[in-house]
Each structure stands twice: as structure tokens, then as C-alpha cells.
Design a protein around this ligand. Structure first.
Ligand code: HEC
Length: 107
């Protein structure tokens, strides 16, 4: 079974649009991450680019970040705390992974 490359690329692009977990800037807004995180510059939380810079060379930290996204965290950036995600902004493991993947690839 050989498929032309363009068909594969098209299938991947379609999957990225169809799968909400891949639409990450939108997902971050939907899950209200952007209430506390800006792309650049400090809001109540560190900027997404600052988080990327701190962790991108430490791939082993991504599991930890996934659980921090879901369960919240405190004391890694300052004295503001990130609350655990509950309704209505509950984040599934899959969504948290997608968000962390997106954050860590920011430059
Ligand atoms: C109520 C404000 C608030 C919301 C909403 C929020 N955050 Fe945070 N976030 C923070 C603060 C404050 C910190 C810094 C916590 C610390 O110092 O450990 C943080 C830290 C982080 C970190 C870095 C964790 C670490 O240990 O270095 C990541 C990643 C992150 N947030 C992602 C998200 C994502 C994704 C969402 C949405 C699902 C989100 N945050 C929603 C306030 C928030």
C-alpha cells in the first residue's frame, strides 16, 4: 500500500484541525489558561515563552508539567499559586499533554 506523500500531509493537516487537543492557542483560551498566562511578559502566572525557555531542554520535565497543569503548583516561579483545574476549566490528561507540548515548542 503506497500513498502519495501529499495525501499523508493532507490527512495530518485535517487531523490537526479536527482534533481539538491539537488546536492549542484556542485550547489555552478555552481552558482559561490565558486568564493568568500571557505569551510574553508576566501576568499573574509566568508567560508561556518563559515556561518554554525554562523547560524545553529538559524533556524529562514534561510529565511533571502535565500533572502541574492539572493539579496546580506553587513556589516554582514566585509566590503566586496556580490552582488545580476544576469545573468549568477541567483539563483532561490528553488536553494537558497537548498544552504542555504546545508550550514547550514555543520560541
Ligand atoms: C489562576 C491563574 C492561573 C491559571 C488559570 C492557570 N495558571 Fe498556570 N500558572 C499560574 C501560576 C501563578 C504559575 C506559577 C506557579 C509556581 O510558581 O509554581 C503557573 C505555572 C504554570 C506552568 C509551569 C509550572 C511549573 O512548575 O513550572 C505551566 C506549564 C502552566 N502554568 C500552564 C497552565 C495551563 C496550560 C493552564 C490552563 C489549563 C494554566 N496554567 C492556567 C497561574 C495560572
Amino acid at each position: 500500500m503506497k500513498q502519495p506523500l501529499s495525501a499523508i500531509v493532507l490527512a495530518l493537516a485535517t487531523a490537526a484541525v479536527a482534533n481539538p487537543a491539537s488546536a492549542n492557542p484556542q485550547l489555552a483560551a478555552e481552558k482559561q489558561c490565558t486568564a493568568c498566562h500571557a505569551m510574553d511578559g508576566k501576568a499573574s502566572g509566568p508567560s508561556f515563552r518563559a515556561i518554554a525557555k525554562k523547560y524545553r531542554d529538559r524533556p524529562e520535565s514534561s510529565d511533571m508539567l502535565v500533572s502541574r497543569v492539572r493539579e496546580g503548583g506553587w513556589g516554582h516561579w514566585g509566590d503566586m499559586m496556580m490552582p488545580p483545574k476544576t469545573e468549568p476549566s477541567r483539563v483532561s490528561e490528553e488536553e494537558a499533554r497537548a498544552l504542555v507540548r504546545w508550550i514547550l515548542q514555543l520560541r
